[in-house]
Ligand binder design. Structure first.
Ligand code: HEM
Length: 417
């Protein structure tokens, strides 16, 4: 059986216009979970849904080497990092990330972030009115650098926050935005490589449990340290996505304002439902649209052929909204996370499967903890009003944040933790 084939020219523009819904909408039109098209001039198979995710995360069928589109390697991912590794090389490098995000390390980051929230809110109250999203980028840059053992002089905070943000916030743009992201990648790579060099030369001495120390001293399977430019990419693989949690936290603020009954319920609760709210934000809101892999050996699925070398995209946003798994998927309902844990191929905001084996994000404990800290701050420790009604998200933007950086006016803060 051949795949439904959309023989219009390249679909890159259609994907860029609606990056979160292009795959699921096309699939629905065709009545299949799978279709073939051309993206960036290359034949590409697109898949969506829980069953497709189970297939996509089978490492005997797919590899990641050669999967990332070059424009994203030169911006978001960098070159030589864990995202493009396979098999034993991948498992070993991934173990390094899992060590960096061990539970007590995440709690140490939570402590720094909580302190930075308190400090930041004092400043925000003095100013009166702020844009939440850019302020969170700065807050998280300060916190993650301190935690990771990366020196950050006060004079550099804003510029490093802008660079780290440009790696993810401008990566999906075309034109000037893309060039900004490429320039940020070059500058950030140089910065992180310098940190690695200084640690290896004994000029910097971060604590042994810190990310900078672990990355600088990590040894490859052949016993050698990573090349400085690869170590830089891996250090940025910790710093960049931690700052990117600013996107999810802005979505938490949006969800609280869009669902005031939930805000009140959480404010009067004992924190027991905070995680469910945060998980529903991760499921419902559009952040990371899709992931890419390349077929290793030919195989068939549901009668469809997958030739070797074919690039395959798995639709993460659409899978999080699949109506055969999620009841009323477009409704924001934290209650769905108050019961059993969802299937590891159905709830895939940060990838599916097992982090130690698959390419699933190792940073989920960080993003969920930092989101619950933010939720607690916003619901129980500060009083603010959004300056714009929480409007519809901008689905053409990557990530799909509402316009304007989420302006709020601060009234009071309660310093108690
Ligand atoms: C801000 C929220 C975050 C989102 C939306 C996110 C999303 C993702 C996604 C979709 C993947 C790819 C999964 C795949 O390829 O199958 C990924 C991988 C990855 N993430 Fe995250 N992530 C976030 C936070 C973090 C944090 C805080 C860290 C810090 C440790 C992190 C580090 C990584 C790394 C190193 C990979 C590559 C894993 C691999 O290739 O095996 N991420 N993330």
């Amino acid at each position: 059986m051949t795949l439904p084939d959309i023989r219009t020219a390249d679909s890159t523009i259609a994907l860029l216009r609606d990056p979160y819904r292009y795959i699921s909408r096309r699939a629905a039109e065709l009545g299949e979970d799978i279709f073939e098209t051309r993206l960036l001039l290359r034949p590409t198979t697109c898949m969506t849904g829980v069953e497709a995710a189970g297939v996509f995360y089978d490492p005997s069928r797919f590899q990641r080497a050669g999967a990332a589109p070059p424009p994203l390697q030169k911006t978001l991912f960098g070159q030589g990092g864990v995202q493009g590794l396979d098999d034993e090389d991948h498992r070993q490098r991934k173990a390094m990330f899992l060590q960096i995000v061990e539970r007590d390390r995440v709690e140490a980051l939570v402590e720094v972030v909580t302190r930075e929230w308190q400090r930041a809110v004092d400043g925000w109250i003095a100013v009166g009115q702020i844009k939440l999203y850019p302020r969170l980028q700065v807050l998280l840059t300060r916190a993650v650098c301190e935690w990771a053992g990366v020196p950050l002089p006060e004079a550099e905070v804003e510029v490093r926050a802008r660079q780290l943000t440009a790696l993810f916030d401008d990566a999906g743009r075309i034109g000037v935005g893309h060039l900004r992201s490429r320039a940020a990648r070059k500058a950030a790579d140089r910065w992180a490589a310098e940190v690695i060099d200084q640690i290896r030369a004994g000029k910097l001495d971060p604590p042994p449990s810190s990310a900078a120390y672990v990355v600088a001293h990590y040894r490859e399977r052949d016993g050698r340290p990573m090349a400085p430019r690869v170590a830089a990419v891996e250090l940025l693989n910790v710093l960049r996505p931690t700052v990117a949690t600013a996107v999810y936290i802005t979505f938490v603020a949006h969800a609280l304002d869009a669902h005031p009954a939930w805000k009140e319920r959480l404010a009067n609760g004992d924190g027991g439902e905070d995680l469910a709210f945060v998980e529903e934000v991760r499921r419902h809101y559009p952040f990371f649209p899709a992931v890419a892999a390349v077929v290793r050996e030919p195989f068939e699925w549901r009668g469809h052929r997958f030739p070797p070398g074919r690039r395959v995209l798995l639709d993460l946003y659409g899978t999080n909204h699949e109506s055969r798994y999620w009841r009323d998927p477009d409704r924001f309902d934290p209650g769905r996370f108050l019961g059993e844990e969802p299937d590891r191929f159905a709830f895939v905001p940060q990838g599916g499967g097992e982090p130690a084996v698959h390419h699933r994000c190792p940073g989920e404990p960080i993003s969920t903890r930092l989101m619950t800290v933010a939720l607690d701050r916003m619901v129980r420790h500060m009083t603010y009003t959004p300056l714009a009604v929480p409007t519809a998200l901008d689905f053409g933007r990557l990530p799909a944040l509402p316009a304007g950086g989420y302006p709020i006016r601060l009234a009071t803060a309660d310093r108690a933790t």
